[in-house]
Design a protein around this ligand. Structure first.
Ligand SMILES: [Zn+2]
Length: 244
């Protein structure tokens, strides 16, 4: 299983080795890790800190960079993170970072990501700035950029997230903190090749987080068949990470 939505713990409350042990207990072979503190204060230092944290277990952890899309150096910082740190994508949080999906700087971020062939994953599901159809509109302006809805619309907007996936081919959806009934409906409605799964591990200061195990159990309770599990948990994430 590949977990496509994990955070570096705030203040590096635990190290990568301890986290990898908790991945082993849940059957997670690879985690896609984002900063958390850097979402509050995007900076090259936050990206460097994330790179150092995942660097302790590079075969099990990959990192996504973050930037402030209003920063004129945002595209250059994404390129640096890919070329210097080997990062595999970009994570943005329009709600915490306080920008709308129509911010002009996002065009430069999307163009940089398309030319580097990396995905841009957005927090979604919390208005006013992170609604799935706002992000789908951005994706439509950038058909060469892979856009990921990082939370599948959460409780309130999962129907809208399904609509975003169905109307826009380059939109993918990570089921993460999406309620079980919504995950079931999303699997039934959305093209299988555009679904992913994540736990949002890293929001608590201990490496084994109870809610993470609960989310894996919720996934298991969907009763997915082998073809669905392979697509959502292995083939799709590997394709987005560029290693298929
Ligand atoms: Zn998250």
């Amino acid at each position: 299983m590949i977990d496509f939505h994990v955070h570096q713990p705030r203040g590096n409350a635990y190290d990568a080795e301890a986290f990898v042990a908790s991945m082993d207990a849940l059957g997670v072979v690879l985690s896609v890790v984002f900063t958390y503190e850097g979402l509050l204060r995007p900076s090259p230092e936050a990206n460097d800190s994330l790179a150092a944290w995942v660097g302790a277990a590079p075969e099990r952890l990959v990192a996504f960079a973050t930037v402030d899309p209003r920063d004129p150096h945002a595209a250059a910082e994404i390129e640096r993170c890919v070329h210097v740190h080997g990062m595999c994508g970009v994570k943005l949080h329009p709600w915490l970072q306080g920008f709308s999906a129509h911010e002009p700087g996002l065009d430069l971020v999307c163009e940089a990501a398309a030319s580097l062939r990396i995905p841009v994953l957005f927090h979604d599901g919390t208005p006013p700035f992170s609604t799935p159809l706002q992000l789908a509109a951005l994706a439509e302006r950038h058909p060469g950029t892979t856009v990921v809805l990082g939370h599948g619309g959460l409780h309130d907007l999962w129907r809208e997230a399904a609509a975003a996936v169905l109307k826009t081919e380059n939109v993918h959806l990570c089921m993460c903190a999406t309620p079980g009934y919504a995950m079931r409906a999303l699997v039934a409605r959305c093209p299988l090749e555009r679904l992913l799964f994540g736990t949002d591990a890293g929001l608590r200061p201990e490496p084994r987080q109870r809610y993470v195990a609960l989310r894996v159990r919720q996934l298991d309770e969907l009763g997915l068949d082998q073809r669905q599990r392979n697509a959502i948990l292995t083939a799709n994430p590997r394709r987005l990470l560029g290693d298929d």
